[in-house]
Design a protein around this ligand. Structure first.
Ligand code: IVH
Length: 769
């Protein structure tokens, strides 16, 4: 339920990566990793975060319109781009059972309902329409159609014949599947209309045809398909079209793009559907015409009950402005036309009994209550465990062992308990008592903050074991992370080995690995006492070799491996390109400056707050102004350090985390241990390419233009290694006023000495060392 990477990786990026992974699985590999409802929730969360953080469109991960292209198919450009639809979905916290019923009028009293609920989104959509078409949202003539969960297709007819069928592809260019359509009989090959026109719709595989197909596949010992939509997509991409004849693929057509018909057509969606029927196309029988957005929403909701009675899958409803003559005027966004919106059904939920609650301690120390459930079928899998998130969720839904609960899959593949069914509570049940101490190591628990993660706004685990240094699951987590490919790449040290090493008390912290006797390692039991599984000599030798190699791994890998809060691999690379050693990082003047300036800026912002200002007396304000002047002066002093240090891309949060780490007991221990082990990870060759690259410099005396910190940062920023004492290895001594013994020693050793002006020339590049 938790990964050791979690505290480091910004959840925001993780979300984008997860979306990409799901998109690839879905579009490219035709084998989805998540249900649509799950995907949509993730997508919505990602969009919300982007909005919140004002991420520009160009920087967002987009793959709304997936690419269904398959190698070997001829591609053509669509006359009009095939777009997707804006989605109206209700976020999990607004779903039935969690306080607000999606369909109830109470929704509007809940804060955030405008963005968080399907109704809010649909209302906003209607309001935007009204701005263009006039009138009120309750007057709009709308058409409500089932949203078929299939594969979109564009068909072009000319002279009464189907001349071209094309998949959506990437929206701009799709694969030609005319032969497949003709062979499958999914759409008419001939129509009465002889003028050229294009019609768009959805190809789908009825449930029964899907089950038959899967039965045949499993009888032939072949991999079965995840759902009808993917099955349909897979079939359409068969190159031998003749095999499609009996597969049962069908279509519903729903759209004639404006401008893509050589003959006149009526100017309403409803009458165009009627025209399509007259041409022999299949049009969904459950299309409704309604007046007003509230009625459209009701029609969508009502269809939830009908959904399971259909012989094909739908994943929502589509609401369209009936008057097609306004469609062009409304225009499109980058991804979707403004004339329509897709209502997405909420994810499937099932009731089941809660048999017990176990508390898991994650790799980050977070306590996650886990529901042990009576097995229940949910969106295609059997579920017997589900997340209860954290203590506050548990308390919010007030769940007790023995309760009947609602289970849902959302966000990730992990199912979760979203609500209790109060009517089914057994009379003898008692409230669940959350543990007072860590169930693994018995240490005190700590509250890691309330509500949402400060930066990502995602909910965080609130309660965690305070024994970060020694709590076994946390040590295992660090060990796994330490050994992971992107860290020190200790192949052979996966979660099972890590657990065995920690459980047997062989490893208490990551650096213990470097003292590990090979015999201990080869005798390690990965199984149980009754069924032992010994690691063995061969594996042990290999792992020891990897550990030995890690001794000389570059600094960036080491920094990533140490699992410092907020230091993921990208930040580790940046830190390693501006600091030559772990020691240098631990004492970094530039990070100290960053940290300090971050604090000052924060303080200044608070002091500058207009509301607070109004509440101050003139005397109080005077004190505040004085403080702000001091802050301003100090920031001005720090600025040159921040500019010269090559740390532009590192923020104060990282700076603070790095400093906290190295100032902690464990940080000190790690530094001492590394030194004792003779491990000296080096910064990459990326070390600043400056006028002092590779030079060792010592500073002595006082300089007019620099503080002690800023001179160090300036020298480091120019690529120098700054040390404290003069030796034969010293390349340059910068001597200010009242220089003493260091200057004497430098002179004695014949080391070059410069004053402040001389240093300026070197830094400017008009002189060199
Ligand atoms: S109208 C701009 N009507 O849902 C696209 N689409 O997310 C106009 N879909 O790409 C589409 N049933 O593949 C429309 N009754 C329906 C639909 C429908 C399914 C699909 C279509 C579209 C996607 C939008």
């Amino acid at each position: 339920f938790s990964s050791p990477n979690a505290p480091n990786a910004p959840d925001f990026t993780a979300l984008a990566l997860r979306l990409r992974e799901l998109d690839d699985a879905y579009y490219r590999d035709a084998s989805p990793l998540a249900t649509d409802a799950e995907y949509d929730l993730l997508r919505a969360e990602y969009d919300r975060l982007c909005d919140e953080q004002a991420i520009p469109e160009s920087a967002r991960y987009t793959r709304g319109v997936g690419d269904d292209h398959v190698q070997g198919f001829e591609t053509v450009v669509h006359a009009q781009r095939m777009l997707s639809l804006e989605k109206a979905a209700t976020r999990p916290e607004f779903l039935p059972g969690t306080g607000v019923d999606e369909g109830s009028e109470f929704v509007e009293s809940e804060p955030g309902w405008e963005n968080g609920t399907a109704w809010g989104r649909m209302k906003a959509w209607a309001d935007r329409l009204v701005e263009v078409v006039g009138g009120s949202g309750q007057d709009l003539s709308l058409v409500v159609e089932p949203k078929i969960d299939g594969m979109s297709v564009s068909l072009v007819y000319e002279g009464g014949q189907l001349v071209r069928a094309v998949t959506r592809g990437d929206g701009t260019r799709g694969d030609v599947v005319t032969a497949q359509i003709l062979a499958s009989g999914a759409a008419p090959s001939k129509v009465p209309e002889t003028s050229r026109f294009e019609v768009r719709g959805e190809l789908y595989l009825p449930r029964e045809a899907f089950e038959n197909l899967n039965r045949n596949l499993s009888e032939a010992s072949e991999k079965t398909l995840a759902n009808p939509r993917n099955a349909c997509a897979g079939l359409m991409k068969r190159k031998d079209a003749s095999s499609l004849a009996k597969t049962g693929i069908r279509s519903f057509l729903y759209f004639v793009p404006n401008g893509q018909h050589a003959m006149p057509l009526p100017a309403s969606q409803r009458s165009r559907l009627d025209w399509l029927v007259a041409q022999g196309f299949s049009v969904h029988p459950d299309v409704a015409s309604v007046r007003g957005i509230a009625a459209a929403y009701d029609a969508c909701r009502q269809f939830l009950d009908k959904r399971d009675t259909l012989d094909h899958e739908i994943d929502g409803m589509v609401v369209k402005l009936d008057d097609t003559s306004i469609h062009d005027e409304l225009g499109n966004t980058e991804h979707h036309p403004r004339w329509g919106i897709a209502y997405k059904f909420p994810p499937e939920r099932r009731p089941t009994r809660l048999l017990g609650i176990s508390i898991q301690v994650g790799r980050t120390g977070s306590l996650t209550p886990v529901a042990e459930l009576e097995p229940v079928q949910l969106a295609g899998t059997t579920v017997s465990r589900a997340s209860l998130h954290n203590r506050s969720h548990l308390e919010k839904i007030g769940v007790r062992v023995g309760d009947t609960v609602l289970v849902q899959k959302a966000g990730d593949i992990i199912p979760q308990v979203v609500a209790v069914v109060p009517a089914k509570r057994p009379t003898e049940s008692v409230p669940f008592e959350f543990p007072e101490v860590c169930p693994v190591c018995g240490s005190l628990l700590e509250d890691r903050g309330k509500g949402k993660d400060k930066r990502t706004k995602l909910p965080v685990q609130l309660i965690a074991c305070s024994n970060t240094d020694n709590c076994p699951p946390q040590v295992v987590g660090r060990l796994e992370h330490f050994a992971s490919r992107r860290a020190l790449d200790l192949e052979g040290l996966g979660s099972i080995v890590a657990e065995a090493l920690v459980e047997n008390g062989i490893v208490r912290d990551v650096l213990d690995l470097f003292d590990l006797p090979i015999n201990t390692l080869s005798a390690l039991n990965l199984g149980t006492e009754d069924a032992p599984r010994i690691f063995g000599e061969k594996n042990a030798t290999k792992l020891i070799e990897a550990i030995t190699r890690a001794r000389t791994a570059p600094l960036s890998k080491w920094l990533h491996a140490l699992a410092i809060q907020d230091v993921g691999d990208a930040i580790a690379i940046k830190l390693a390109s501006t600091h030559a050693t772990v020691e240098a990082l631990a004492k970094s003047a530039s990070l100290a400056a960053l940290d300090e300036s971050g604090n000052l800026i924060e303080e200044d912002e608070q002091l500058g707050n207009q509301k607070a200002k109004k509440e101050r007396s003139p005397e109080q304000q005077q004190i505040v102004d004085a403080r702000r002047a001091v802050i301003k002066a100090r920031i001005a002093e720090l600025n040159p350090i921040l500019r010269t240090a090559g740390i532009e891309e590192i923020g104060p949060i990282v700076a603070r985390s790095v400093r906290t780490f190295f100032n902690s007991h464990r940080g000190h221990e790690i530094l001492a241990r590394l030194a004792a082990l003779g491990i000296e990870p080096r910064g990459e060759s990326r070390v600043i390419d400056g006028p002092l690259s590779g030079k060792t410099v010592v500073v002595t005396g006082s300089l007019a233009g620099y503080t002690r910190d800023s001179i160090k940062a300036a020298l480091e920023g120019a690529g120098a290694k700054v040390t404290d004492s003069v030796s034969k290895k010293t390349d340059l001594l910068v001597a200010g006023e009242a220089a003493g013994s260091k200057l004497e020693k430098a002179n004695a050793l014949g080391i070059r000495v410069v004053d402040e002006a001389g240093l300026s020339r070197i830094l400017e590049g008009t002189d060199s060392v």
